[in-house]
Design a protein around this ligand. Structure first.
Ligand SMILES: N[C@@H](CCC(=O)N[C@@H](CS)C(=O)NCC(=O)O)C(=O)O
Length: 344
């Protein structure tokens, strides 16, 4: 009696094990397949934040966050235009990712523990190391955030900004009145019209939003940076292959800068005999294929958007209106903390 039962159990267990292996594989290939079938990447961005993600009057999106999505599209389709940009408010961004409306969220979003766990999503890396600051009118004659006791502060809802603001004022025994809005435009308009004394957000965003004010030079960013805001792309839990693709697309941009590969010299560099370049360009090994992409995934990315430094300069740095210094976002071997694991 015992023996046939045991024998029946073996194939049954084997079937379960096999099913488990296949279901994992099926789940892991899902997002890439969906994107390929659709012929388009769906990318969640801001509603218009110069330098990070903003549309021109013809609806062409540009920015550092936009480049990450264009790079993913280039890696998949060899075409950085195959992206549908979905503008999202701070409040709606995570629901859009959870519901599957977007494949990736690339929208100045801060990596925190609770967001990494409770939202059913994963951060894939850091596109920009930021911190929270304060913008005030010069006419207020305030030189430090510590002089803001009893100020009214404009802030956007659904952000880490709201939480840090409370911590900072409480920690420094200062009173404040919070005036919160759903969109950046409402927040900035309220600040400009004098409904509040201070506008607070990530420092990069203060620079970006200041450009929209009638007289940007009348406003000053105070020296205090009150929080850590590592901003990066997010994907849904449960699809490791997609997680790897998004993660390694950003790493490819950062590694390309470190390897000296630029939008201009990419074809020349692809012929190099150097082992690390051969691996990146797929002339040695099959790293692109391991990601579920093609051999030339790395050159596709660099051709489309350039390396990380080029994208930074063009969108937010020296070559842009924002003129933000590289600072923390400089490569690790040049005094910053931008660091990508090796392509090998
Ligand atoms: N990094 C913070 C703040 C992100 C955020 O949404 N900031 C506002 C401040 S201006 C913004 O970018 N709004 C743009 C928009 O709503 O389109 C977070 O992840 O919560």
């Amino acid at each position: 009696m015992k023996r046939p039962f045991a024998m029946k159990r073996v194939p049954l267990l084997f079937t379960f094990a096999l099913a488990a292996v296949f279901s994992v594989q099926a789940a892991s290939a899902e997002t890439l397949k969906t994107v390929k079938d659709r012929g388009m990447l769906s990318c969640g961005v801001s509603q218009g934040l110069p330098g990070f993600s903003s549309p021109d009057d013809k609806g062409n999106w540009t920015g550092l966050d936009v480049d990450v999505c264009r790079a993913i599209a280039a890696a998949i389709f060899d075409d950085p235009t195959k992206v549908k940009f979905v503008p999202l408010s701070a409040k709606d961004r995570f629901t859009a990712l959870q519901s599957g409306e977007i494949d990736v969220l690339s929208r100045n979003t801060t990596w925190t523990l609770s967001r990494d766990t409770s939202l059913g999503a994963n951060f894939t890396g850091v596109t920009y190391y930021d911190g929270q600051g304060f913008l005030v009118k010069k006419s207020l004659k305030v030189n430090s955030a510590l002089e803001l006791n009893s100020a009214s502060v404009c802030v956007q809802t659904g952000t880490t900004t709201e939480q840090n603001l409370a911590d900072y004022f409480k920690g420094n025994n200062m009173k404040y009145e919070v005036i919160a809005f759903q969109s950046a435009d409402e927040t900035v308009k309220a600040y400009e019209s004098g409904r509040c004394d201070v506008f607070t957000s990530d420092v990069s965003q203060l620079y970006a939003e200041r450009l929209k004010l009638a007289n940007p030079a009348d406003h000053v960013v105070l020296p205090e940076v009150i929080s850590k805001e590592p901003l990066g792309p997010m994907v849904r839990h449960g699809d490791d292959q997609w997680f790897d693709i998004v993660k390694w697309t950003l790493f490819a941009m950062i590694d390309a800068e470190e390897l000296g590969v630029t939008q201009k010299n990419v074809d020349e560099m692809a012929k190099s005999d150097k082992p690390d370049l051969k691996r990146a360009f797929g002339t040695d090994g099959n790293l692109g294929e391991q990601l579920g992409l093609t051999k030339d995934w790395f050159s596709r990315i660099v051709k489309a958007v350039g390396n990380y430094g080029e994208s930074f300069d063009r969108n937010v740095g020296a070559g842009s209106k924002l003129q933000i210094a590289r600072g923390l976002n400089q490569l690790w071997n040049k005094g910053g903390i931008q660091y990508a694991p090796p392509i090998r």
